[in-house]
Design a protein around this ligand. Structure first.
Ligand SMILES: [Zn+2]
Ligand SMILES: [Zn+2]
Length: 331
């Protein structure tokens, strides 16, 4: 099967993913083999490419894979050949630790990740642990579903951890793949959404999607926000976001890797403001979000590229040039 594989980390400008033809593995016990039809491109893939998130090498990246079950290993209840499914970032968890048994498997220290520890969706097929494969709701093509599988689910978890209440004033810092899906959920909850982003075309998209205000991070919208989520991997944004929220508000950081957060005066945090990071997602987040996404319905803005153009897609993410989400066509 065709795949785009990383053998040596390098800046995206050097196009480090190489086209390869590799054997696809048969599903072992508890696994399924999936024919990938589309795979979303995530900023985490860029961090893997450039070595900021260490990965097993060589690795086929990609953790937003949507397609059809081709073969099922032994001991897999509930999935059959022909089922339409999605695979996201978490590839497995231990199932036994204190985090796993309390529904916080996103924090499992023994978790493995798709496209980091086992080959992912920048390929025609992938083999996955069936416990971390989600049936796709009706109404989405594979291409439409792909960006929901990490950008969408983690964006949803970030909204929850920000504590934003229905109707509240929410700030989104950065407006890429995850934020443009999160805004649709926030609007569904009746929130007033304020978007802070550098690129004018991202501000345009934010306004089109119902933001009441869009500007740069150094502008002030003139009201205190109840909560904020930062999506850009830029530590400088954390004190800026804190300065935009009112007392008791939370800034949730949706990032797996971030530049250092600069020091800031305690007054910026005082007033019971909180900062918290968001790590992965739970199975419950995934199930809740996919159900909600079908009901709203959440629609990703998609820039579609052939699998062979994976390097170009990642460079687009790096340069902030993707409008919405980049998705690789893997058929
Ligand atoms: Zn991701
Ligand atoms: Zn665990």
């Amino acid at each position: 099967m065709r795949a785009m594989r990383l053998e040596r980390t390098a800046p995206a400008e050097e196009a480090p993913l190489l086209p390869v033809d590799i054997a696809s593995t048969a599903p072992g016990p508890g696994e399924v083999r999936v024919g990938v039809e589309a795979c979303g491109v995530c900023r985490t893939d860029l961090h893997i490419l450039e070595g900021e998130v260490p990965a097993r090498l060589p690795i086929v990246p990609g953790h937003q894979a949507a397609g059809t079950v081709m073969a099922v290993g032994t001991g897999v209840p509930g999935l059959r050949a022909g089922d339409r499914v999605g695979i996201g970032w978490i590839a497995s968890t231990c199932g036994r630790c204190a985090f796993c048994v309390s529904g916080r498997e996103n924090l499992c220290l023994a978790a493995t990740f798709t496209g980091r520890d086992r080959d992912g969706g920048y390929a025609e097929r992938l083999t996955a642990d069936a416990r971390w494969v989600y049936p796709l709701p009706d109404g989405f093509t594979a291409r439409e579903a792909a960006p929901l599988l990490c950008a969408g689910i983690i964006g949803y978890r970030s909204l929850k951890l920000s504590g934003i209440a229905p109707g509240g004033r929410l700030g989104l810092f950065g407006f890429g793949a995850s934020a443009h899906l999160a805004i649709q959920v926030a609007r569904h909850w009746g929130c007033e959404v304020y978007v802070f982003t550098r690129e004018e075309r991202h501000r345009d998209l934010a306004r089109t999607m119902g933001a009441v205000w869009a500007g740069s991070a150094d502008e002030r919208p003139g009201v205190d926000l109840d909560a904020a989520v930062t999506f850009a991997p830029v530590g400088e944004l954390v004190p800026v976001a804190l300065a935009r929220i009112g007392r008791g508000g939370t800034v949730a950081i949706n990032a797996i890797h971030m530049s250092p957060i600069p020091t800031f005066p305690y007054e910026t945090l005082y007033g019971e403001r909180s900062v918290r990071s968001v790590m992965n997602y739970t199975r419950k987040d995934a199930e809740e979000f996919l159900e909600l996404a079908a009901r709203i319905p959440v629609r990703a803005e998609i820039e579609s590229l052939p699998l062979a153009d994976a390097n170009r897609a990642l460079l687009g993410v790096k340069r902030g040039k993707i409008r919405g989400a980049a998705v690789l066509d893997t058929r």
